[in-house]
Design a protein around this ligand. Structure first.
Ligand code: CP3
Length: 340
């Protein structure tokens, strides 16, 4: 036992109550976040301001005493660090200079990469100084597949057809982009760990759009490479893989990538979640809408999850990020229920 509940769970110890944190635990549902967001102007400016990003990371920790702090940043900053233009437009989301042909794929310049994103490492340094030892910092990156999806589409998309067209027909160029993102992700995570994060989460938010053959080539293989390389550089790091929408592929994702724990979205049946606990610890998977509506729906859903999963290695989380209109009181009620 380490006195760090979430690390115990990641080492397969069963904890009661389970450790708890939330994807998007810092963000627009918190009035104090909106306050700071107004002061800093743009979202990217906030992510790249170590003092402010540190403060925003700490907001949910101060309010709810969660078991981990996730560094305030975004998975798409990696595109900025690679030299692409990135903007977040109010009400629309991210806009990236799109990749149209192989010529638009840059080569990886590691020095420039770190220079552009070094403020994130500085945020982590600051967090390490102020957080108590039992609350570790979670660092993160988007998976190559999910980041490539945004790069090829030029932002969010309804159907993500472009990335699939590349994956099916422009296989050489597609692999070049995935390989670039593998290199960037390894370099980025390596530096986050050196700055002090003890846990990594890989966000594969668009895993759910990939058919099996592509899932194996463009999701399992790159994840495996990243995990292997990161673990050879930092043997004690713990890695959580979150492949949203993976469905029946979640078993192979949990078994063959080398991750230490698997994050589950809300559609994964609890019977399967509990089977997965025989392979590795699981994290999830309350529907964010249940948290938004609160009341008896929230209680019942939370109860089902606790009944099914708390007898194995388990980290309580949502199946996706907290939604902006979520009442803070619902979050308080949920934590109370999980910890009682
Ligand atoms: O608290 C935390 O979880 C840490 C910070 C964090 C953010 N984004 C902050 C954010 C993390 C871990 C992410 C991950 C992220 N970003 C993902 C993977 C998880 C998921 O949601 O599927 C993805 C796909 C992104 C890309 C992204 N960032 C989009 C599509 C958008 C626009 C939509 C939206 O929610 O506004 C963002 C913006 C974003 N990232 C915000 C925050 C707090 C809102 C920005 C604002 O304050 O205006």
């Amino acid at each position: 036992m380490s006195n760090v509940p979430i690390l115990d769970t990641l080492n397969k110890t069963i904890k009661s109550p389970p450790p708890i944190w939330f994807m998007r635990q810092a963000g627009r549902y918190l009035p104090e976040y909106k306050e700071i967001r107004k002061l800093t102007g743009g979202f990217i400016e906030l992510c790249l301001n170590p003092q402010m990003a540190c403060e925003v990371t700490m907001q949910p920790i101060k309010r709810f005493n969660l078991n981990a702090a996730i560094v305030f940043s975004d998975i798409l900053l990696v595109t900025l660090a690679l030299g692409y233009k990135l903007k977040f437009i109010e009400g629309q989301g991210p806009v990236i200079s799109p990749i149209e042909t192989e010529k638009d794929i840059t080569s990886f310049n590691e020095d420039k990469f770190h220079t552009r994103i070094k403020n994130v490492y500085e945020t982590i340094n600051r967090l390490k100084e102020i957080l108590p030892k039992e609350i570790p910092v979670i660092g993160f990156a988007g998976s190559p597949w999910t980041v490539a999806a945004y790069m090829l589409e030029g932002g969010s998309s309804r159907d993500y057809t472009k990335i699939k067209i590349w994956a099916f027909t422009r296989t050489k160029s597609f692999q070049l982009l995935i390989d670039l993102l593998i290199d960037a992700t390894i370099a980025y995570l390596d530096k986050q760990i050196s700055a002090g994060v003890q846990i990594i989460q890989l966000f594969d938010s668009w895993a759910g759009i990939a058919p099996e053959s592509i899932f194996r080539k463009a999701i399992i293989e790159p994840t495996k490479k990243i995990v292997k390389q990161i673990k050879s550089l930092h043997p004690s790091i713990k890695i959580i893989g979150f492949a949203r929408g993976a469905g029946a592929m979640i078993r192979d994702y949990a078994s063959y990538t080398g991750i230490d724990a698997v994050g589950l979205d809300s559609t994964i049946p609890l019977s399967i979640a509990s089977e997965l606990q025989n392979i590795i610890p699981v994290q999830g998977n309350l529907d964010p809408i249940a948290l938004l509506v609160g009341g008896s729906a929230l209680k019942t859903e939370t109860n089902r999850i606790m009944q099914s999963l708390s007898s194995g290695p388990f980290i309580f989380n949502l199946g996706h990020g907290i939604l902006p209109n979520t009442p803070v009181n619902n979050v308080i009620e949920l934590i109370k229920q999980v910890r009682s």
